[in-house]
Design a protein around this ligand. Structure first.
Ligand code: ADP
Length: 447
């Protein structure tokens, strides 16, 4: 209201000035009335001209890109321009803040380990993060606005999207061979759909491994149990001579030992999986460990093999002595069991150039064909099942060895060729192996 009065007064003042000047000038020519009328008219024109000019400034600024500040005119138009400019700047910064928030939100979704995709009411891609694009084998930019079912043709997925029953996820093979995807859709908004994807290849593989493991264990236990119950039945129903009875009892004992060995190895595996890694600050001298393993192997061989040992007198390992003894023992046990009588077995400690170290168990046994080598450390994987069982093997020995060496930060390396014997290397990293300093004069050993 203030501006209305001010504008009215300004216009009235301009007209009055025109009238007054017209009166003075017209009076000189004895035409005061005409002068007043003309002066008043000129005053009106002047007021309208100034007003229109300021209005045009503002209009031009509004028509443009508003890159510069609004015209700083005085009065009504000046204030109007300032207010409009302020409202526009406020709106711009609100839009910018909103856009930033959206960008942050999208970046957060992009960082998700799972795939996220938004579909419009026709099932066309509105937006998807990089993970969803990888899962579906899409290009997030090129494939935008494309119908998802035109791009992902897996029948289970297409049927799922068409059925519109999104209570549970659908699982199907991913476009990259060998992968398995789990996809869950959720309706939102006006017919839109949010699609969440997850690569469950690893989980499926673990589930399959667990199922196989249970099946294998059951099978391994059932076989000796069947044999045992057969013998028990025989003993209960048939009159046996003393010699026959002794033979049956010996066979029953063999089966019991087999089960005991299996259960023992299973417990060892469970313990290895369920306990924390052995500390890297518990240093053990290597020599007694190797001596003990060699003695056990010699006892098992019963003189059928030549078992030699070298190195390790100057070395220490950081870790668990029972685990390390079990790993080396398993390797020697295999060497003894698979190497024919008269064969050679060697247990060596070696320092490597980079300061790491290895324990090698080599034999002159039958060797192993190349295709089996990568799978030897799998549970229950055997090259020759009957040979393994006949010699008391459980199929778990190398899997225990692998666990132990991995818990010590190292790895197992197997080289073998049929007919050329085998070498199993336990490679320890530098932080788990060190040289032992021996103070000879004092007869003391010092770390
Ligand atoms: P097992 O109890 O059957 O010996 P392991 O896990 O210790 O189970 O070994 C897996 C398989 O690797 C064995 O069944 C055997 O076929 C093969 N193997 C292991 N060590 C040797 C070796 N020194 N010489 C030949 N084959 C071996």
């Amino acid at each position: 209201m203030g501006w209305v009065i001010a504008r009215f007064l300004a216009a009235a003042l301009t007209v009055a000035t025109g009238v007054f000047l017209g009166f003075l000038i017209g009076g000189l020519a004895h035409a005061a009335l005409v002068g007043m009328a003309l002066g008043g008219l000129l005053g009106v024109f002047g007021a309208v001209f100034v007003d229109s000019r300021q209005g045009r400034h503002l209009l031009e600024w509004l028509r443009g890109a508003q890159g510069q500040t609004a015209p700083r005119d005085t009065g009504y138009w000046g204030e109007l321009a300032y207010r409009i400019e302020r409202a526009m700047r406020l709106r711009d910064s609100a839009v910018r803040a909103e856009r930033e928030r959206l960008q942050q939100f999208l970046s957060a979704i992009d960082a998700s380990p799972n795939g996220v995709m938004m579909l419009d009411h026709e099932g066309a891609i509105e937006w998807c993060n990089a993970v969803a694009a990888v899962h579906f084998g899409l290009d997030p930019v090129r494939d935008r606005r494309q119908r998802i079912t035109n791009l992902v043709r897996a029948p289970a997925f297409v049927a799922y999207m068409q059925a519109g029953q999104f209570d549970e996820a659908v699982v199907f093979p991913g476009p990259q061979g060998g992968s398995t995807l789990s996809v869950l859709a959720r309706p939102y908004g006006d017919g839109m759909r949010l699609v969440l994807t997850q690569d469950i290849t690893e989980r499926e593989r673990n589930d399959a491994m667990r199922r196989d493991f249970v099946a294998n264990v059951s099978h391994e236990i059932r076989t000796p149990l069947t044999v045992l119950s057969g013998f028990l039945e025989t003993m209960a129903s048939l009159p046996l001579s003393e010699a026959e009875r002794q033979r049956v009892l010996a066979l029953m004992q063999q089966q019991t030992q087999r089960m005991q060995a299996l259960v023992g190895d299973l417990l060892t595996l469970a313990q290895l999986e369920g306990s924390p890694r052995p500390g890297a600050d518990r240093w053990l001298p290597v020599a007694p460990l190797l001596r003990r393993a060699q003695a056990d192997a010699t006892a098992l061989s019963g003189g059928r093999h030549q078992i030699e040992r070298s190195g390790g007198d100057d070395a220490e390992l950081a870790g668990s002595d029972t685990e390390l003894l079990s790993a080396i023992g398993n390797l020697l046990n295999n060497a003894v069991r698979y190497t024919p009588e008269g064969g050679r077995i060697a247990l060596h400690w070696l320092w490597r150039e980079d300061g790491s170290a290895e324990v090698d168990v080599s034999d002159s046994g039958p060797g192993i064909a190349r295709e089996h080598i990568p799978r030897l450390t799998e549970r229950f994987y055997r090259v020759d099942g009957s040979r393994s069982r006949d010699t008391g093997g459980t199929g778990l020995g190398l899997s225990i060895v692998k666990h132990v060496i991995q818990r010590h930060g190292g790895e197992i390396d197997i080289t073998s060729e049929p007919g050329q014997g085998s070498t199993f290397r336990l490679v320890f990293p530098t932080f788990r192996a060190r040289r032992r300093q021996v103070v000879a004069e004092a007869g003391l050993e010092r770390v």
